[in-house]
Design a protein around this ligand. Structure first.
Ligand code: ADP
Length: 187
């Protein structure tokens, strides 16, 4: 977990490779569906472009289906899900029904000014439709209002590890991998 620009996608890929599990990014799935012009993509596009969350019913159904795939049997890493309290409840119920559970939540913390600088830099390079300044501002607000409270929910379950997400990508990866090794040693 972490705000837009925290580096979730980048670090999720590094960690998932280290753990040998798939990294499942709701943002990537939505963008791929939009690019392919699928029905789901058409439903999601307006929300993505505005920096708003796609409705829970749509997102929950998509993730449920993804988590039924065989490649998640040995574990999985979620990037960008859950993002609302409703999504937490749905994920809990879905996993409990399969005797699976969330065994850790990694929170990436990055200074606000660095977040905006990173997102504007990505805007100049990747041409994501939601990386314009007003939409970036909206995404940061939506995160603070709807997603940040989830950290407390998972913290109260003793699941949260906070990582300093400031600095170079490889420095953050080093911190993430060190954390993963120490969690595995405790397990
Ligand atoms: P970022 O975290 O930088 O905003 P993401 O790629 O994770 O980028 O998400 C991009 C967009 O995809 C979000 O602004 C939202 O519209 C949609 N999205 C991603 N995950 C979710 C989710 N769990 N629930 C609702 N919408 C989502």
């Amino acid at each position: 977990m972490g705000p837009p620009g925290a580096g979730k996608g980048t670090q999720a890929d590094v960690l998932a490779e280290r753990l040998g599990v798939p990294a499942i990014s709701t943002g990537d799935i939505f963008r791929a569906q939009v690019a392919d012009g699928t029905a789901l993509g058409q439903q999601a596009k307006g929300y993505l472009d505005a920096g708003e969350y796609v409705p829970d019913s749509v997102t929950n159904a998509m993730i449920r289906e993804r988590l039924c795939a065989d490649d998640t049997r040995a574990g999985f890493l979620l990037d960008g899900y859950p993002r609302t309290l409703d999504q937490v409840a749905v994920l809990d119920e879905f996993l409990a029904g399969q005797q699976r559970f969330v065994d850790g939540v990694v929170v990436l913390e990055v200074h606000a000014d660095e977040l905006v600088a990173r997102l504007l830099h990505r805007a100049a390079q990747a041409h994501r439709s939601d990386d314009t300044e007003p939409v970036i501002r909206r995404r940061l607000t939506v995160y603070a209002e709807q997603t940040q409270p989830l950290i407390e929910v998972y913290a109260s379950r003793g699941l949260v590890t906070t990582i300093d997400g400031n600095g170079e990508t490889h420095e953050v990866s080093q911190r993430v991998l060190t954390m993963a090794v120490s969690l595995q040693q405790q397990a």
